[in-house]
Design a protein around this ligand. Sequence first.
Ligand code: SAH
Length: 344
Amino acid sequence: MIDKFLESHKLSGAEYLTLLEGWENQDIARRLSQEAVRIRDHYYGRKIFTRGLIEFTNYCKNNCYYCGIRNGNRNAGRYRLTEEEILKCCHMGYEMGHRTFVLQGGEDPWFTDEKTAAIIRRIKGEFPDCAVTLSIGEKSYESYRLFREAGADRYLLRHETADETLYRSLHPAGMSLKRRKQCLYDLKELGYQVGAGFMVGAPGQTLAHLAKDLVFLQELQPQMAGIGPFIPHHDTKYGDEKAGSIELTLFLLSVIRIMLPAVLLPATTALGTLDPTGREKGFMAGANVVMPNLSPMENRRLYELYDNKIGTREEEGESMESLAKRAQSAGCRLVSERGDAVML
Ligand code: SAH
């Protein structure tokens, strides 16, 4: 199947499954990563784009069973950043060289559409050369439109899994895959650069589920894809599950790069959490984005989606220097650019 995939860059669901069944074969993995890097270099060169991540609230009305900041977790200390604090993160991030800010949070009704739009307008007003990415979950078409009009450029909303049954087992009743997908199509229609994605090794997930995720990404044609290993959080019902595999994650990153050649593909924080050189490995598998944390140190440890998330201790402050070194060791270079998606 590898030959067919390398030739056509596109497979059916059944064929993706066959391809994925070879993930432990190092020869196949190597051929995939070589082609992925070649394609990435063709569209983006050896540039690694940075996104300054601002985790502005960890209040959430949802209760996704895998997530440490789910509503039902009474042990989570909650916080919200003020507008001033958010702007301060942007100023600091701009000085560091970031030209994209990602506002990520739980689904927090305290941030009404009007408040959120006002924050977007302020960031775009003060940093007209920067892109604003939102990652604040499922909203109505009207809300997405308001944010877009306020200046938001991009939106990250992982679909989490493209399999109905698995989706239901990971989320409480009331959340649905259908709705999640609708949000993604709405965002596309509104002209956002859209990011979908999923966790690798989520509880109950099989290779057949992952093949469905690939087919969904092939259909959606997102400009960005967020793929990271599942990592258990002690205050969830999956606290004793094992984490997703680094190698399978890297394999999937390469497959996605080949399938969506101009995709912006982060080497995720989860990858760096499970393996100290995970992000370097991600770049070598075809990733070209890294998303360091700009949130104030005292809030970071509270934005605990999973255990041992990196960047939460003073000494591991993710300086641009250390990220530049990581990029370099993977034969790449960190750049200070917006890093918009190349349109095919
Ligand atoms: N509330 C926003 C942001 C979610 S947090 C939204 O709904 O989009 C960003 C991502 O973290 C999620 O989409 C999920 O895929 C990932 N995540 C959550 N819990 C995780 C865990 N235990 N391990 C790995 N990734 C996790």
